[in-house]
Design a protein. Sequence first.
Length: 181
Amino acid sequence: MNHIQVRHPSLPSENPYPPFDHPKRIAEIWVEAWNRRDADRLAELFAEDAEFVNVTGLWWNDRESIREAHDYGLRTIFDQSTIALVERRVRWLAGGADTTPAVAVVHAKIKLEGQTAVAEVDDPRPRRTIFTFVVRRTDDDWRCVAAQNTDVAPGAETNVIDDQGQMHSVSYQSGPSPAPN
């Protein structure tokens, strides 16, 4: 069984992370903390009252619940996984890199490999997701106030639920499926 090393937030990390000194850094830190199974560092990126919606629509409403959910996930669902940053974009909503306050939206395309097998899926295939982080700068630092993770379903336009209650990603277009994002 893997164990997460819990460290006190005020103590320096044994393996320092890049500073969260610009919105684009959140994606880099997220990837590094995930790959280290460091739910504490993931949670430190968020404001106390932050919101997080995961790929299935689970919704956490504060830093501690975000930490608890990711601690569980990193020990159970993603204990052998790795993620990689594929692409990232920053869009300023208010202010800029050198102003206070400032607000930005960061979109990060992530590739996930090594998810834990479950039920009838012996070898989960790699997935791509797009994270949306809303970050704000205060007098003291940067913090994420809201995040959402969305699975990329190659070739699909939307989801439908069948008469058995099962969700399927589908396309209404005829002809070849669009290229994956």
